[in-house]
Design a protein around this ligand. Sequence first.
Ligand code: ZN
Length: 355
Amino acid sequence: MRKDIFIKIGTLLIVIFLVSCSSKPIIPLYEYPTDWKNINEREKTILDYSKYLYGRKIFLDPGHGGEDRKNKNSKGDVIEADVNLRVALDLKKYLESAGALVIISRDKDTTVQLGYRSEWSNKSGAEIFISIHHNAPGKTEDDFTNYTSTYYHAKETDYEYEPSDHDIARYIERDLAYVMGNPGGLGSFDGTYSDYNIYPGEGFSVLRKKNIPGVLVECAFHTSHFEELRLNNEEFNQIQAWGIFRGLAKYYHAGKPEIDFLPDSLRLDNNILNASFVLKDSVGINSKTIQVYFNKEEKEFTFDKTTNVVSLKIEIINPGTYPLRIIAANKNGNHSFPYRKNIIVDDSLKVNLTD
Ligand SMILES: [Zn+2]
């Protein structure tokens, strides 16, 4: 009889325990961005941003896929290749709704060689390359590590570094991390990182081999015990895509300087090369940001603030091919796209500027 009571009480306690477990309040895993949750608001935002995105050609690269599906969480139910693809396809939809032209390196679970991704973007005519990934812990991180990071190629002090990559990274990182409610990690002030942090002196292959501006986004850690609950949710993937979309639109909204060569200015007189370039930007050029490199060395120049013309006078003794590079930022802080040309001086000391 007494044993019976103990069994009954025990059973009751187990039932109470199970009920209390199942009735735990559902933790909201994410919030709806205010300009996304309501379809009218969403369409209005897309229409607003179409002013900056219409006709832009964007190359999207969902990482991995096909034979490369090994990156996953510990339970094996969140596969990086699949999450990357869902986010990229949602982003494609938003960009196309705003009038952008999108080229995507894969639109299904298929193998695309790493080298081919950047090679394709280079010849695609796209102006920006965005590679979409999710992260896994490094040596000092664990299954609870989670942050949003956006990578640009090289370090600020390297000749390879293009500040326009870093500008794009900042805009995408800010809006993506914001909609996901994630921090940007402690290894960087604003969540943007040089890819040399991962592969010193080399960076990510897709970023090193591309020659158009671009970034690699590690949206979050698919290995995180928190994040894995959200990444297989298609609605959340749409929100991730919205963050990247909004960041890119705001980047274009801030504008960037265009650099035009003035062909009549090019001549070589008594071994002095003369060349001029006009800088164009609707919000104005920040003259303090202009840099000119000739033969990979920084050179002096003059800048006329009324005409926005940069003029060079550089001594050239020998015929040869000399790389020329110009950088300038506008008053919103956005830098010109890579301006890398060659000045060719032939044996008869005739001079030409080529791509
Ligand atoms: Zn990846």
